[in-house]
Design a binder for this molecule. Structure first.
Ligand code: ADP
Ligand code: MG
Length: 412
């Protein structure tokens, strides 16, 4: 099985990163009361590293001597793993660094990857304690598999890497607004959903994607008739270049082939190592964010949305089974969007059905699902939030591309 990367040999030297602030603030007691004993019994030599601030783990991982460690494991929510992955891909030796086996034990309020790992191993929905036990067991077992990562481009700032989700509209708002309920644990998303439902709003934007299958068979769900395929004609700009751009006439002249575009391309993939060189794999499917999309992309015709959610793991939270057929290494972005016009009751029904992964079977006319390799979103509403792996990022045009199996995860 080419997906299975082998297992961790013993003795295994593990760096165990703990965010003492995550979730109810219980990650450290999770270690003291459960994890320490579990790892010792399994013969896993580990060093506990307690983070002191946001981006501490990212900075540490970027500078660490990785030859000292067989695995990097976090006890936290998804936010700390996001830091670790981005730290690894910011290194000049990123190609080796991102092969380091990663692991996660649920210690936050958003434990989506832990819930996904448990699901991939064949487990059914469990309580938080059972989830910890299950993930602890899988960690000690030490089977390493490839995991997809998605590169995310924003209009400014460096390129980011994401292992879980890219969200805009309802889901992103709930994620960020519910952070103030972090102390209640995973229930924060339920509370946040109910609060946001009361003030449901419509988000304007343009969405386009590159379907995963050549024949577009992968597109599912209702609303496909509302998308149109571009056929060989100049693609409309999703995001017009600024008027001072040297490439503003690029639709009509040969700007694509001259050097100014090359410069722009370089600028559009700006994750750089400390030494200033580009780090991370190149993106092969994405033109620069201010350039038109190739003709094989699908442009979603409607511009009024309640949410857009791109997922690459099965679970968005412990009780949100959002992408039931997603797997760790399928090389697919599971794109969902909900068109405006959905009633509060219907949206609530969708989220309730999501607990069992049954939302696609509810025949909701407003929900669309597509399997894609890349996507671009240009928000048109002045206000809104975009999240990557549950962390808020710059609001504005964004595009993303999947990199199949780029990282390694200890999972069942
Ligand atoms: P939760 O699931 O509760 O959101 P996360 O692991 O996602 O928990 O962490 C939440 C945020 O806290 C992330 O943005 C992470 O980068 C940040 N963080 C990590 N370590 C610390 C720390 N020591 N103090 C404060 N924030 C931290
Ligand atoms: Mg989080």
């Amino acid at each position: 099985d080419e997906v299975l990367m082998g297992d961790l040999s013993r003795p295994c030297r593990m760096m165990l990163l703990v965010n003492p602030q995550s979730g109810k603030g219980q990650a450290l007691s999770v270690y003291n009361n459960h994890v320490q004993k579990m790892l010792n019994e399994a013969g896993v030599v580990h060093t506990l590293v307690i983070t002191e601030r946001q981006n501490h783990a990212r900075d540490m991982v970027r500078e660490a001597d990785l030859s000292q460690w067989d695995a990097l494991v976090i006890i936290s929510g998804d936010g700390l793993l996001y830091e670790v992955i981005n730290g690894l891909l910011e290194r000049s030796d990123w190609e080796d660094a991102i092969r380091k086996p990663l692991g996660i034990l649920p210690g936050g309020s958003g434990n989506a990857l832990a819930a996904s790992i448990h699901h991939y191993s064949g487990g059914s929905a469990v309580s938080s304690e059972e989830l910890l036990l299950s993930c602890g067991f899988l960690l000690c077992k030490g089977l390493v598999r490839r995991m997809d990562l998605v590169s995310v481009h924003l209009s400014s700032g460096p390129r980011l890497f994401s292992f879980l989700s890219l969200a805009w509209g309802f889901v992103a708002d709930v994620d960020i607004e519910s952070e103030k309920y972090r102390h209640v644990g995973a229930v924060r998303f339920t509370v946040g959903t109910l609060v946001r439902l009361a003030s449901l709003r419509v988000y304007k934007g343009r969405l386009a994607y590159l379907p995963a299958a050549k024949d577009h068979d992968a597109r599912q769900g209702l609303g496909d008739d509302l998308t149109r395929r571009r056929k060989g004609r100049p693609a409309p700009l999703l995001s017009p270049p600024p008027t001072d751009s040297p490439c503003r006439h690029s639709l009509h002249n040969s700007c694509h082939s001259n050097n100014s575009l090359k410069v722009r391309r370089t600028e559009s993939t700006p994750s750089r190592s400390a030494a200033g060189s580009l780090t991370g794999p190149p993106d092969s499917l994405l033109p620069p964010l201010d350039q038109p999309l190739p003709p094989d992309w699908v442009v979603v015709q409607e511009e009024d949305f309640v949410l857009m959610l791109a997922m690459y793991q099965s679970h968005l939270a412990e009780d949100l089974f959002a992408a039931p057929d997603a797997t760790l290494n399928d090389g697919v972005i599971h794109l969902f969007y909900v068109r405006a016009g959905i009633s509060r009751a219907a949206l609530l029904r969708l989220f309730l059905a999501m607990e069992k992964g049954a939302h696609l079977a509810t025949n909701c006319q407003h929900l669309v699902h597509a399997k894609v390799r890349a996507l671009r979103l240009e928000p048109l509403s002045a206000k809104g939030k975009i999240t990557v792996d549950g962390e808020v990022v710059e609001y504005g045009p964004v595009q993303a591309e999947v990199h199949k199996g780029l990282s390694r995860l200890i999972s069942g």
